[in-house]
Design a protein around this ligand. Structure first.
Ligand code: FAD
Length: 820
């Protein structure tokens, strides 16, 4: 009868034990576990503290009794293995309760003792409010403090997986949380710009974040609090501190065993998970695994690999069917508040450090068909080899669908697939689940385009660090998108106008083409190539990635509260620990200016620092919200538009900006009339002002919208009978307009046009084109469009939708405001 002993009764240990039983019914199998629980869900502990998992028993997947009953395993909890004697093939065990020590012999031994959280030698870290989270008793202690209502503020030291999961779960219990991280980013296993999205999520949830900072000492504060002194000189007072700064392998008991350990104390194993001793195997967090890209040894403490290694080790200990473990690529995912953050394989920084040739691309696709309700944007970064075209790694953030994409790409990496394979991955598609071209296909296409020389791409970091005088920053988004913010010095030439305005692109500078996410810019890049402009780069991930990665990453500097430390005032700087209220407002269905009015109304009811999260189905609100916030001294935290629903999160600013003392010299014209002569007058003024170098905004409302209509009839716009009839009765475009006086059944209009031609005055249509090309901001009033049943598609290109706030903001900078 074979005798198997196993050290450690959780992921690796219990997987091996149950597998061994399935392989050998007669074997003697004993598991030693120093803690009081076996096979518990340590990954679920943060969620138990956060009360997402409400029943503690749900964490206890099995018990020693159930293992005995189901698998005839002898599980000895409270028994710590304190030494291994390979020569004698035996162990020394200590019964933790009685203190008795005894030996047990084995034929084969599995070591799966995992790791323990690192407890740094920081002065004062013996304070009872300072915790680590690894075991059930750890979670009991933390949860008890939270349940008692003692914890109002918490400090999490370390922004890795567990630290961030705890930040979320403590926050979910109504606790104000501050996270301090030594590195310049959270989740050091991902690339910076992906981590930047994590930072943004934390900031949006009002979690304080200090990067590139650490705790130098802890002190006792008033009311059992801990006061953490940071390297930067800041102090943070908290009712609870969680240290989450890493894990070290539990190999102390192997010191005199002769079993070989790696540089950082992990057990060295071969591909059969055998240690340097032929009768001893090891699995889980305690071992060093091979990194398949470098073939170097590394440690990847994750539950998936631990479980699978336990099974493989059991097979090899049993010996009937040998299996190899082929390395760990580090596939993982974490939930950081609403954001899923996934990763697999090599990151860009890993490739750079290991000198592995790589290329990368960032895309921001929808998780499923954009037209199906609820589609959400994700960010997906693909790292691939320029030589072999092999997929090296991927990272993604998003609100849904991240896990699926990471899993598929992880499979592709393990299968040595190329970007061409990704482009052809055949996926399950229906609108609620994906798009006909899944984000994975899109990432494959983008990588193919780069490798095939169809487009040259560069990173946000290159642009950020480059000497801007050598670059021409070309923003090819629509004027409306451009107005929401762009890179300093960027020139807006919308894709629609790029061919006509190609001459504006300088030949002596490197052109950085960008749009919001990189796709429109790719089309622009193709146009540039066609016109012989080859010194360009498409900005990977577009303005969105650039903006997030170059924003201030940690919590902005402000004093958030004052705490007393035994009579001494301690000023907390730079972090807001209070959970700022965010009021949800649904303005869907309201027409302009309804959403802005609603925003204003709700904003009046909240305090500075609190925010309104407002959704509106009025597309014009996209620009209105930002304009309104800018001109009223409020702060735009986020604005997005998905499937026609605009979502804006606007924070109430402290004070309204002082009114503009003197207006600028911009010109604003409200074109209300649809009369030919009045339209001509408007565009003459507009083009004249443009020629003088003035910024012009023309706001077309009611009958004025007819000036902008395209001449051709458009079907399939989903109009109802009244809208269609209204559209039919109104003039379709500038050529159908009548004179306000002496129209004479259209004869007057023809005469005017003839006179203009003879006198070399450009026709109205030419004036409209000139104004658009000259940079006039041509805004169609959303409300009038809706009232008159006119669709944006029916208007000439270059028109953006806006509301009254966009117009009013423009008029504040204007010294000439006409109503025609
Ligand atoms: P462990 O699960 O740590 O088990 C080792 C056991 O050995 C311990 O119970 C220990 O008490 C016992 N032991 C140690 N020394 C001795 C000894 N000398 N004698 C007897 N017994 C001993 N991973 C993921 O992939 N996804 C996640 O979401 C995730 N979340 C996590 C959340 C938390 C809070 C924690 C703590 C971990 C999380 N992990 C996660 C990591 C994952 O739990 C580990 O990678 C996995 O449990 C490792 O399994 P293991 O068997 O190697 O070690």
């Amino acid at each position: 009868m074979a005798r198997y002993l196993i050290v450690g009764g959780v992921a690796g240990g219990m997987s091996a034990a149950t597998r061994l039983r399935r392989l050998d019914e007669s074997a003697k199998i004993i598991v030693f576990e120093r803690g009081g629980y076996v096979s518990y869900a340590n990954c679920g502990l943060p969620y138990y503290i956060g009360d997402a998992i409400t029943e503690r028993d749900r964490l206890l997947v099995q018990t020693p009794e159930s293992f005995k009953k189901l698998f005839n395993l002898e599980v000895r909890t409270g028994n710590e293995v304190i030494a291994v004697y390979p020569d004698k093939k035996s162990l020394r065990v200590k019964d933790m309760e009685s203190g008795r020590e005894y030996d047990e012999s084995y034929d084969k031994l599995l070591l799966s003792p995992g790791g323990s959280p690192v407890k740094p030698q920081i002065p004062g870290s013996d304070h009872p409010a300072i915790h680590t989270l690894w075991t059930i008793p750890d979670s009991d202690r933390i949860r008890a403090m939270v349940d008692e209502g003692k914890v109002k503020t918490a400090l999490v030291v370390g922004a890795g997986f567990i630290g961030l999961e705890m930040a979320e779960n403590l926050h979910a219990r109504g606790i104000s949380v501050v996270v301090v991280e030594m590195a310049k980013q959270a989740m050091n296993v991902i690339d910076f710009e992906i981590a930047a999205m994590v930072h943004r999520e934390l900031k949006m949830k009002k979690v304080g974040l200090y990067l590139e900072d650490g705790v130098s000492k802890f002190e006792k504060g008033a009311n059992d609090r801990v006061v953490a002194h940071l390297n930067s000189g800041k102090t943070v007072a908290a009712d609870l501190v969680l240290l989450s700064i890493g894990v070290r392998p539990n190999t102390g008991f192997l010191t005199d065993s002769g079993i070989e350990l790696g540089a950082r104390g992990h057990i060295d194993v071969d591909e059969y998970l055998k240690t340097s001793n032929e009768h001893i195997y090891a699995a889980g967090d305690v071992i060093e695994v091979v990194n398949p890209f470098t073939k170097k040894k590394t440690a990847v403490p994750l539950a998936g690999p631990a479980n699978k290694q336990g099974r493989i080790a059991a097979d090899n200990m049993n010996g009937k069917k040998l299996r190899t473990y082929n390395g760990t690529i580090g596939t993982g995912i974490a939930k950081v508040f609403d954001l899923a953050v996934g990763m697999t394989g090599a990151t860009e920084k890993f490739c750079a450090a290991e000198k592995i040739p790589y290329h990368s691309v960032i895309i921001h696709p929808n998780d499923y068909a954009g037209y199906y309700p609820g589609a959400m944007k994700m960010c997906l970064k693909l790292v691939f080899s320029p030589d072999t075209r092999r997929v090296l790694g991927a990272q993604a953030t998003g609100y849904s669908g991240v896990d699926k994409r990471m899993d598929v790409i992880a499979t592709a990496i393990k299968g040595n697939m190329t970007v061409d394979d990704l482009a052809e991955i055949e996926h399950a598609y229906a609108p609620p689940y994906s798009s006909a071209k899944d984000p994975i296909n899109m990432a494959g296409f983008a990588a193919q385009n780069i490798l095939d020389g169809l487009v040259k791409s560069t990173s946000w970091e290159y642009v950020h660090k480059a000497d801007k005088s050598l670059l021409f920053l070309l923003d090819v988004r629509t004027p409306a998108e451009y107005a929401t913010g762009t890179m300093p010095g960027a020139v807006n030439i919308p894709l629609d106008n790029l061919r006509e305005r190609i001459g504006e692109i300088p030949k002596n500078k490197t052109v950085i083409i960008f749009c919001r996410v990189g796709l429109i810019a790719y089309n622009a890049a193709r146009i540039l190539e066609a016109y012989g402009i080859t010194d360009y780069f498409n900005l990977s991930g577009g303005y969105e990635t650039y903006q997030i990665a170059t924003a201030m990453q940690d919590t902005d500097g402000e004093t958030y509260s004052k705490q007393t430390n035994e009579g001494v005032d301690i000023v907390m700087t730079e972090v807001k620990v209070e959970n700022s209220k965010i009021v949800d407002v649904n303005a869907c269905g309201l027409q302009c200016p309804g959403p802005v009015m609603r925003l204003k109304q709700e904003m009046d009811n909240i305090a500075a620092g609190e925010a309104i999260s407002i959704t509106a189905s009025d597309a014009g609100f996209y620009s209105d919200a930002a304009s309104w916030a800018r001109s009223t001294g409020n702060i735009v935290r986020d604005i997005s538009i998905a499937k026609g629903i605009v979502k804006a999160v606007i924070e109430k600013g402290g004070t309204a900006p002082s009114p503009i003392a003197t207006a600028g010299n911009d010109k604003t014209i409200v074109v209300f009339s649809g009369d030919l002569d009045k339209a001509i007058a408007s565009f003459i003024i507009a083009n004249g002002a443009l020629a003088m170098g003035r910024k012009v905004t023309m706001f077309f409302t009611f009958w004025g919208l007819n000036v902008l209509r395209k001449p051709e009839k458009m079907n399939g716009l989903g109009k109802n009978f009244i809208e269609a009839a209204f559209g039919w009765m109104m003039p379709r475009g500038s050529k159908k307009l009548s004179l306000s006086k002496m129209n004479m059944g259209g004869l007057g209009g023809m005469m005017i046009r003839g006179i203009m031609k003879n006198k070399n005055v450009p026709a109205l249509e030419e004036m409209i084109t000139a104004a658009i090309n000259g940079g006039a901001n041509i805004v169609a009033c959303q409300m009038s469009l809706d009232l008159m049943g006119i669709r944006l598609e029916e208007l000439v290109d270059g028109v953006q939708i806006g509301g009254v706030a966009s117009y009013l903001e423009a008029s504040e900078h204007s010294d000439n405001n006409l109503f025609i």
